[in-house]
Design a protein around this ligand. Structure first.
Ligand code: NAD
Length: 416
């Protein structure tokens, strides 16, 4: 029986391997192996039945060498500090890779939004922001959304922040909020759009046609459902979809728009009429052109990697493949577009949201998408060429490129 690697162990292994290739000094590696600040908070929230529950929350600043901290907020019952640390490290690398003038961080609360009322969730959001307020701010750390948080939760958090600061209008303090409060056009689809761009660029470089490509997507949440719709619009055949309850398969193709309607009515993809049931595990091992894990971390390990048949994996989720699983896939020639490249749309458009908020001047969705398309295409191209030139994986190439930029900032600051 194998012991599943934690996200933190995976992140540290990726850091060590890429640091060796990048020729990073021992001091810089040691600096990046430890988050700069770890904040754990415990705060009381009055529940609807009159009782008081004590919640635990985190905010981790991994490294601010490149600018103020940027990273999402995860509300999940299984949240651990170790996972939040890993996600914060990945944000440092992702922001660096994508040329964003921001450091990496992540936050979260151990809670299950699905079991809370709307009012309980609002009180948790507001209490969390009050608890971490010494650590955050427009030029210090601007939290965004992640699993379990959305436009509404981020809007409550912005409102609480502005109330704490005597009603100062401060739209750049929180990202992922409602449009009417200074959110960005294109934010909801941002990460899914990047995933679609990742498939498009991979097809270009591998000489494949996007139209007719057979794709399976694990996770039909914010990222997976947008990726599915945008890929479908490009002529891709979505053969399988899944969520935490299970998966659905139709070799002729599924319409993600119709599946979304079904999910809105029933709460799950499971039972969708024009499909047969499959498990999440079976979905990952389907014989198709592209598999997109868009749910949680560590779903592809040394146990199931030998059974994976797809030629291409685009990592929409953070850390879906363990290092041991990746070794097996790379030896089979699987082309992996790593998370820090494939799902960089969220953080890049959050950065564009911040720029708009700082100027209090807002762009159209077309302008936002155009800017992100330019950024993504350039970064993908650079990573692909580093991978080719140095004969390393796309993941290592992306990390090396990110580490080089970080190294320059760390040296310029005189930290080492
Ligand atoms: P979400 O909560 O909207 O959706 C998650 C989906 O995964 C849901 O369909 C859920 O049912 C499913 N799921 C959960 N646990 C599962 C399991 N064990 N097996 C199979 N399916 C499972 O979350 P999201 O925002 O879409 O995020 C998905 C992934 O993408 C996460 O890894 C997140 O860190 C990453 N990510 C998100 C963003 C963003 O902008 N939201 C940006 C970058 C990376």
């Amino acid at each position: 029986m194998h012991c599943k690697k934690t996200a933190w162990e995976t992140a540290i292994k990726q850091l060590e391997e890429s640091a060796a290739i990048a020729g990073l000094s021992h001091e810089i590696l040691e600096l990046l192996k430890k988050p700069q600040r770890i904040y754990t908070v415990h705060f009381p929230v009055r529940m609807d039945d009159g009782t008081t529950k004590i919640f635990t929350g985190f905010r981790v600043h991994h490294c601010h060498a490149l600018g103020p901290i940027r990273g999402g907020t995860r509300f999940h019952p299984d949240n651990t500090l170790e996972d939040i640390k890993a996600l914060a490290l990945w944000m440092t690398i992702k922001n660096s890779l994508n040329g964003i003038p921001a450091g990496g961080g992540k936050g979260g609360v151990v809670c299950d939004p699905a079991t809370m009322s709307r009012f309980e969730l609002e009180r948790v959001c507001r209490a969390y922001i009050r608890a971490i307020s010494p650590l955050i701010g427009t030029w210090k750390d601007f939290p965004g959304a992640d699993i379990g948080t959305n436009e509404q939760t981020m809007s409550w958090m912005l409102d609480e922040w502005e109330q704490i600061h005597e009603m100062t209008h401060d739209p750049a303090a929180i990202s992922g909020k409602a449009l009417v409060l200074g959110g960005s056009e294109g934010r909801p689809s941002a990460t899914g759009l990047g995933v679609m761009f990742a498939v498009r660029e991979t097809c270009k470089y591998l000489g494949l046609q996007m139209k007719g490509l057979r794709v399976a997507i694990q996770g039909f949440g914010k990222v997976g459902s947008w990726a599915a719709r945008l890929l479908y619009d490009e002529g891709v055949i979505i053969v399988a979809l899944s969520d935490v309850y299970g998966g659905i398969l139709n070799p002729e193709g599924l319409s993600p728009y119709e599946v979304l309607k079904f999910v809105e009515e029933t709460g799950s993809v499971v039972g969708y009429p024009k499909s047969e049931s499959i498990t999440n595990e079976e979905l990952l091992c389907l014989d198709c052109n592209v598999v997109i894990p868009a749910a949680v971390q560590s779903v592809i390990t040394e146990e199931n990697a030998p059974n994976i048949k797809t030629r291409i994996i685009v990592e929409a989720a953070n850390g879906p493949i363990t290092p041991e699983g990746e070794q097996i896939l790379l030896s089979k020639g699987t082309f992996i577009v790593p998370d820090i490249l494939a799902n960089g749309g969220g953080t890049t458009i959050a950065h564009l949201e911040r720029v708009q908020g700082l100027c209090d001047h807002y762009w159209t969705e077309e302008e936002v998408r155009k800017q992100y398309n330019i950024i993504f295409t350039q970064v993908y191209n650079q990573v692909y060429h580093v991978a080719k030139e140095r004969n390393i994986s796309m993941r290592m190439a992306a990390w090396v490129k990110a580490l080089k930029r970080l190294e320059s900032a760390i040296k310029a600051r005189g930290w080492v």
